[in-house]
Write a protein that binds this ligand. Structure first.
Ligand code: GLU
Length: 458
């Protein structure tokens, strides 16, 4: 069996860090299995809210993280398959037309609630005669279609406890009682499909072996397993992960654009900072920045995900990002450094010098301007420091500035002026960089170069 998973966003906005959690859990699960496949499925049957540009954007977002699907499918191009499945259910008497308006359903639910009964649909539409239906049709009323849940032995109006069970990859043994649920609407009155049936048909058609998704779908899974069986399709394994919320506990929404990968990318976060946080929050062990997806996969334990909501804390993302940046090898940052007008032959040394002072790679640009473009305000130093800088100029070791120049220079200055500690370093730092803190001057000095050092001391 080839392990095949799918990530199935509806393209109604760009994906956020919570969606990334789902995508990555699927991807990492597939990569654990030799030959494992990752399908990207766009759930775009809702023509009004779905947009191709969002779908394309989602592919871009995933590629940025390093997720490249083996197959991409769009539900809007597969309607024929859903029609065929609906027809099979209809002819088996498992899909029945209903004519209630939302208002009617609402009133009924309220009546049930008033009597202390659960708001389960009473299958009133099953009682409609052919004449009733003809009458509705004559009035131009179009039905929506419900799936008849297999929760009774002979009388659909007398549902009995019917357990659907599965061994969830993340939550262990799960049970849903089909008698506690309303028959799900599979097709709207305008003929469009809700998510349930297309998802099942696609999972069957694409050979999905494992469905890994948010735990807001746990109840759906009970219903979907019943429909898989009704269609004679193999039932995949299921895993439901807990959902990410904001720190104040609100759910994340694609439509609001909050915490979208696109925005976080523009804000300069590293893909592995996002990936690490998206996966490790709510998992056992510390939340650490993983250098790549393989390392992240090795940290992942599917059976131990916590069941409660996991909070997305932006401060945590900042911390992980800074950890990654501080340890980022020169080659990983090179393209971005070169784009900051840093000379080719200095790029690697420059990055290694400044990375410890950057929480995001983009912050290196300010240092590049300071080091290579004299772009900083000359400090207004007191008279005695200016005299000290004149001495510093005179004691700058001869020849090209190298690794040991700083040590030699400050050693000589110490003996010549008697200054030490902050009194020795701070005027130099201020004169050379315009700032009172920053990367090691020993590393910056060779990059600033002899001429510029002398000019800055003048
Ligand atoms: N489009 C559905 C969603 O985003 C997919 C759920 C599933 O994975 O089955 O919630």
């Amino acid at each position: 069996m080839t392990v095949t998973v799918r990530f199935a966003p509806s393209p109604t906005g760009r994906i956020h860090i919570g969606n990334l959690r789902t995508a990555l859990l699927n991807w990492l699960f597939a990569k654990r299995h030799p030959g494992g496949r990752f399908v990207l499925r766009f759930d775009d049957t809702d023509a009004e809210r779905s947009r191709r540009e969002y779908a394309d954007g989602i592919e871009t977002d995933l590629a940025w993280i390093g997720l490249r699907p083996d197959t991409v499918v769009r539900q809007s191009e597969r309607i024929g398959l859903y029609d065929a499945a609906a027809e099979r259910l209809r002819s088996a008497g498992l899909l029945y037309p209903c004519y209630e308006t939302p208002d009617e359903l609402d009133r009924r639910r309220k009546r049930l609630a008033a009597r202390g009964r659960p708001p389960v649909y009473g299958r009133e539409a099953l009682k409609l005669t052919e004449e009733d239906k003809a009458q509705f049709a004559a009035e131009g009323r179009k039905p929506h279609w419900r799936f008849l849940l297999p929760n009774f032995s002979t009388d659909p109006f007398a549902p009995e406890r019917t357990e659907v069970t599965w061994d969830d990859l993340m939550r262990g043994a799960q049970t849903v009682d089909l008698a506690s649920l309303s028959d799900p609407v599979l097709i709207r009155a305008d003929g469009s499909y809700l998510y349930t049936l297309p998802s099942i048909v696609d999972d069957g058609d694409l050979g999905i072996t494992h469905v890994i998704r948010g735990d807001d779908h746990v109840t759906n899974t009970g219903v979907q397993i019943a429909i898989f069986r009704a269609l004679g399709l193999p039932v995949p394994a299921f895993g439901h992960h807990n959902l990410l919320t904001t720190v104040s506990g609100e759910g994340l929404s694609k439509r609001s654009g909050a915490l979208s990968l696109a925005t976080l990318r523009e804000d300069g976060y590293e893909p592995m900072a996002l990936a690490s946080l998206a996966v490790l929050v709510g998992m056992p062990g510390a939340i650490e920045a993983m250098p790549d997806l393989d390392a992240l996969g090795a940290r992942l334990s599917f059976g131990e995900a916590s069941a409660g909501a996991s909070k997305f804390d932006p401060a945590e993302l900042d911390r992980l990002n800074a950890d990654l940046v501080h340890a980022m090898p020169a080659e990983a940052g090179r393209d971005r450094i070169l784009a900051m007008d840093v000379p080719d032959d200095a790029a690697d040394a420059f990055w290694l010098a400044v990375r410890g002072n950057c929480a995001k790679v983009a912050e290196a640009a300010a240092w590049a301007r300071i080091v290579f473009a004299d772009d900083f305000e000359r400090p207004d130093l007191p008279e005695e420091d200016r005299a000290f800088l004149a001495a510093a100029r005179a004691h700058l070791p001869d020849g090209p500035i190298g690794e040991s120049s700083w040590r030699d220079w400050t050693g000589a200055l110490k003996s010549a002026t008697g200054r030490k500690g902050k009194a020795l370093f701070m005027p130099l730092r201020l004169a050379l960089t315009g700032r009172d803190h920053g990367p090691e001057l020993a590393a910056l000095l060779p990059l600033i170069g002899r001429e510029r050092v002398l000019a800055r001391l003048a």
